[in-house]
Design a protein around this ligand. Sequence first.
Ligand code: PA5
Length: 476
Amino acid sequence: MASYEGASWRNSMRVRFDFSNLLAGVVGDENGVSEQALRGLTGQAAAAAKWLQQLRAGGKAEWLDLPYQREITERVVAAGEAIAQRCDTFVVLGIGGSALGAIALQIALHHPFYNQLGPEQRGHRPRIYVLDNVDPDFVAGALDLLDLKHTVFNVVTKSGSTSETMAQLAIVRERLQSAVGSVAAEQIVATTDPSQGDLRTLAEREGYRIFDIPPTVGGRFSVLSPVGLLPAAVSGVDVNALLAGAAEADRYCRDDDLFDNPALLSAASLYLLDQQGKRITVMMPYSQRLCGVADWFRQLWAESLGKIKMVDGTVRHIGLTPVTALGVTDQHSQVQLYMDGPSDKVIIFLGVDRFDRTLKIPSTKLGLASLDYLGGHSLNELINAERLATTVALTANGRPNYTILLPEVNAFTVGQVLYTLEVQTALIGKLLGIDPFNQPGVEAGKAATYALMGRKGYEAEAKRIAKQMGGNRWIL
Ligand code: PA5
C-alpha cells in the first residue's frame, strides 16, 4: 500500500490554513475582513461553490476531475518510464500554462540542483529543461547543452498553434532530423487538444506519441493533466501521490459552507479585501522549493482574474494583481514596501513545517554576539523563525496576511496546494462576476504576433497594426 493510501499518513500530511491575520479583529477594521462581512457573503459564496460543482457535473470544468483520471495516469506513468530509459535529457517546449505547472513540479519535488547531479544521484532519470521563451540566446544556449541523440522533446500547446512553441518545434524537428534521421519522430512527444490544432495534425502525420489535454482544461488549469504529469513522471515524481493530494483537497474544497472550505474562505476574504482597496496579492513562500508554485499561481491569478468585461457584458476593468516574493530572500527587499508602503496588499505565506534536510549551525562560541546566539540552532529553525517574525510584524502593522502550512514538501502536499489554489481562483472569479476561464487579452497578443510574422488569415490585423504604428517615433 502506498503511504498516501493510509488514513493516518494522509491526516498527518493535511495542508493547514490559518486565516486569522485576515480578520478585522486582528489587523483592524480598515485592513481586515469583519466576521459580519463574511457572514453577509455566505449566500453568494455558497452559490459560487454550487456553480463550480454544477459546471463540473456538466463536463465544463474537467480540471476538477483530473485527480481521478486513472487510465490517463497509467499511460503517463508508463510513457514516463519508457522515455526515462531512452534519453538523458527531456525538454519541454511550451509557454504560459503549458510550462509553468511543469516547472513548479520540478522545482518543488526534486533536489534543488537536480540537473547538475550525476545520473546516479538523479536515479538514472533524465535532466529536465523547460524552454518557455523564444529569446534566441536562451534557446540556442539550451540547444548547446543537448546531445540530440539522447534527448526527447515534449511539445505542449493546447491550441496547437502558439507561435513561440511552434517556432521552437520547427527548429528542434529539423535539428533532430539532421542528427538522427528517420527516428526523429520517436523523440518528439506532443501534448495537445484531443481533436484540433496544427500540432495535432503534424503529430498524427509524423507519428509522434500524443497525449491529450481534455477540451475544457485551459492551460493554467492543466498542471494535473499530461501537461504537468508527463515531465513529472519522466523525472520520477510520484504522480499518483500528487493526484491523491489533489483528491484530498477536492474533499475539503467542495463544501459550500464558507467556514469549512479553505478555497472558498480565501476567495471570499480576498474578494472583500479587494473591495477595501487591497488589490495586490503577494505570494511569499518560505521555501525555495515552492518558488515555482508562486510563479505558477501568479499566472493563474493574473490571467484568470484580469478581465475587461463582467459575464453580464458590463465593461469594468477587474483584477487582483499577483506578486511573488521569496522568503527569506525578499525580507531584504520587498518586505520594506509591504510593511510601510501603501496598504493595498494581502500576503499569502507558504510555510513548511519539516524540511527534508536539517542543517545545524555549529555551536562553537566565538565570543561574538552576532554569531553566538545562532550556535546550536539550525537553518530550519532560522527560516521558520523568520517567517513567523515577518508574519507577526506585518500583522502588528495592520497588513492582512494568511498562511498555508505544508507539513512537508512532497507530491501529496503539493497536489493539495495546487488544487486548492485552482478552486480558489475559479471561486473568486465567480464572486467578481467575471469568466475566470477565458483570456481574451492573451489571445489578442497572439493574434497580433501572427499578423506581424505574416501568418495567413491575419492580413487585416497586420494592416491595422501598421496603421497604428505609423505614428510611432523612437526618441533615439
Ligand atoms: O493559461 C492559458 O490559457 C495560457 O497561458 C496558455 O497556456 C498559453 O497562452 C499557451 O497556450 P497554448 O497551450 O495554446 O500554447
